[in-house]
Design a protein around this ligand. Sequence first.
Ligand SMILES: [Zn+2]
Length: 256
Amino acid sequence: MSPAPLDILALAAHRDDVEQTCGGTLLKMAQRGYRTGILDLTRGEMGTRGSAEERAREAAEAARILCVSWRHALDIADGRVENTWENRLKVARVIREQRPRVLILPYWKGRHPDHYTASVLGYEACFLAGLAKLNVNLILSTLQASFSQAIAGENPPHRPFKIIYATLYYDVRPTFVVDITDQFEMRFQALMAYRSQFTDQEAGSEIFPAQAEIRSRIEAMARFYGMMAGVTYAEPFLQKEVGLVDDLTAIPVKSI
Ligand SMILES: [Zn+2]
């Protein structure tokens, strides 16, 4: 039996990316009664701090704090997220299985190759997921000896209605922001659930900022995007499409 479709699915390269870029938005949507989900492409085995197992436990705890209905990590190699046929199929399989209405992808430019590659990979996987004649499970089973999914279990084609991009990692002007003033604290707690990454410790202390510094940075970013829209804290997004307006008097954010 297939699960109820997700209203919103956030996809990211690494466990803890979603918590940093759109965790407040996911929590807000869950509080409104929507089914939300997170797909992490990798499991964090290359991280300076902590093992993949530790990060799995931390990711589950963060998902609980953000009231996420579904979370899964694919087995794509950490630090080597590549936009291959096989990886696109792996993501397409999840899209067909979870049938999200809205998909949140990372922005397509960035410092970390895994982040911007995840963006294109996610978009192209959505395209594949909608192709009626493509049997994703059948092809995956021929590509991967370990792929045990029954061929008969192919889900019907599906594409998300809307794809938006979380831009927090890159300095680009968002096309809209989501007010997360009421969700900011819980979102910060979700990030702090990654104790192996963010607790003050010796390992990697030259590349990881201290916890107090992280708090200041996260607050500054959320404040910055909040100020753009006249609220306290917000998360930035970009959509490729234009905005459609029905009632000019209901457009939010003050101009003057
Ligand atoms: Zn990342």
